[in-house]
Design a protein around this ligand. Structure first.
Ligand SMILES: [Zn+2]
Length: 172
């Protein structure tokens, strides 16, 4: 199994957020599944480029997986993921946290900084967060709470949000 290529283990497929990576075969807990490959660039260059596919390996090294040929970039974020990203030297690998069945989407947590900058403003659409949102929507107490007029949220002066603050990648 260790010699199997990533292409034979995974397939690209449609999911809630666009494209995702799905297991083709059973994947065992603890196994190194795929490398987060991409263009290796300096931390400074990463800050200049910005973008959603940057993985900050350490303070001075990053991987830019903007190119569509990099398979691991298609792995989506989840708040309760079945995989995790680990840095080994200056490389990043995705490991299975638990056994994964064929057909399951493969996910890992993108890290607190990435979550705050890119995911939270839009609302997380991982399975856990969607289930939570559904529960809130059908709970009577939550429905009542919505009927209470809410005080107007104070608006910060010049509240324009920068899409990508400098240095914000998939920092863990
Ligand atoms: Zn989530």
């Amino acid at each position: 199994m260790s010699r199997t290529s990533p292409e034979s283990r995974f397939r690209l497929g449609r999911c809630r957020t666009g494209l995702g990576l799905f297991a083709r075969v059973p994947l065992r807990a603890g196994v190194r599944l795929i490398e987060y490959t991409g263009e290796r660039i300096s931390g400074e260059e990463a800050d200049r480029r910005g973008g959603r596919y940057l993985f900050h390996v350490d303070a001075t090294h990053a991987i830019d997986a903007t190119g569509r040929e990099y398979l691991a970039r298609y792995i989506n974020h989840a708040c309760r993921p079945n995989c995790e990203a680990r840095t080994v030297g200056r490389r990043v690998f995705i490991y299975a946290k638990r056994d994964i069945a064929p057909g399951e989407e493969v996910t890992y947590h993108y890290g607190a900084v990435y979550f705050r900058v890119f995911i939270k403003p839009m609302g997380c659409r991982c399975a856990t967060c969607l289930r939570r949102a559904e529960r809130v929507a059908i709970s009577p107490s939550a429905a009542q709470a919505r009927l209470v007029p809410s005080p107007r949220a104070p608006r910060a002066a010049g509240s324009g949000r920068r899409a990508a603050p400098v240095g914000a990648g998939k920092v863990r």
